[in-house]
Design a protein around this ligand. Sequence first.
Ligand code: FRU
Length: 497
Amino acid sequence: MQQKKYFLFISLFFSLMANAQTKLYTEKYRPQFHFSPASNWCNDPNGLVYNKGVYHLFYQHNPFANIWGHMTWAHATTKDLIHWKHLPIAIPEENGVMIFSGTCVVDKNNTSGFGKNGKVPMVAVYTGHIENINQSQHIAYSLDDGITWTKYANNPVLDLHKKDFRDPKIFWHEQKKYWVLALMFPVEHIMQLYSSKNLKEWNHLSDFGPAGDTSGVWECPDLTQVPVEGMPGKKKWLLQTSQNATMQYFVGEFDGVKFTNENPADKIYRPDYGPDYYAAIAYNQLPATVLPTSIGWVNNWNYANDIPTTPWKSAMALPRTLSVKKENGEWILIQKPIAPVTSLRKKIFQTQSESVENKKVLAVKSKQFEMEVTLEPSASSVSGVKIAVGENNYFEIGYNTAQQLFYIDRSKSGNTSFNENFKKMHRFEKTIALKNKKLQLHIYFDNSIAEVFVNGGEAAFTAQIFPDEKDNGIELFSEGGKSTFSNLSLWQMKPVW
Ligand code: FRU
């Protein structure tokens, strides 16, 4: 009898859990193939590291509410960068010290001395934040592959008694045989570099900046080595920084001491030209067969707390592989959604070639899809694709041929009134030249997140939109001339939750 009761209780518990899980992740606007926390607030990805076949994602999280606050490292893992498993909170806020952004490494040689009885420590470096008073760098370690963490007793390990000094990115430098740490003087627009043999004592190496975009405080540096397209074995160093609500990148060399930018100093290069891509960092310690891969936060500090989603707020962009290529004397970042995303493709809709004047409504309707298409726009047209089309709403992805201007426009995309800044920030453009008179478009749409990659990842645009329930139409359009859309493929995408 006792046993029966126990089983009844267990099965009730599991069916409740399953039910809760189904209800979560079916809410209005909920992304189906992007990572988002089950509930409550999230911002920057932290501590991206690969260990024993598992990719870890820690992230800025408020365990208590669906707005920013009580910053804590939450934790999720995946084996394919697509299907995620939520794990218990990793590093909580404590004694008035919030756990701000940072990174993580597997300390295989136990340089830190935290390893015990042959157990390899994972070491996290993060900014300890005391509101309005101090930001300093702290470490914590885990001896059970990232599940439970112990804060180092002698924290902080790097304290310049500054109010703004944050977001450490660490990695191992093989030639110099030391750990390198990159972090920001946000207000001064300076990235500082330090080295350490044991992750506890840090020596200043050099500074980079101010440079490029200095319109907002600099945050979340990410310095990582990436391959050069078409030149097997050749690599360059990519530095990505985040400032206020956008990101920029520099490409050059890092000799273990100093980073040197090789792109023209007077030009700003962005990994994403949309409004909702921020704080991206690359994975540490990936196997040699995996391309450098980064994850960015999908939201924007100008309205982040007000987006109309509940019980969660914010998501992560699809993980992107990183490489560079040289074109006209400039290093260009190439970003591609990681290959395993294709495993989510379901039904396919295809057309060979469509000549469009005004508009062509596609027979397929979806708010959860991937689409590839080659656009050959007429010389006089404004042409492209409208998604999330409803009676009054749509999100426009277009190209103005005469102005050589690519754009996304969310001014009529549904709910835009929850925040004035969101309403204002509706159109995003970049000059992009046609190649052989054509433009390659690769679009992912996931209920409230659109990620658009142009010309094989030479430019990316990420934007949130909040369409009405029935806004699921897809249209090709060409105004002011006839444009050709060829090799169109559209796949509905399976949910990962
Ligand atoms: C970037 C950022 C970081 C900081 C964290 C706090 O989005 O402002 O500079 O560490 O978020 O949540």
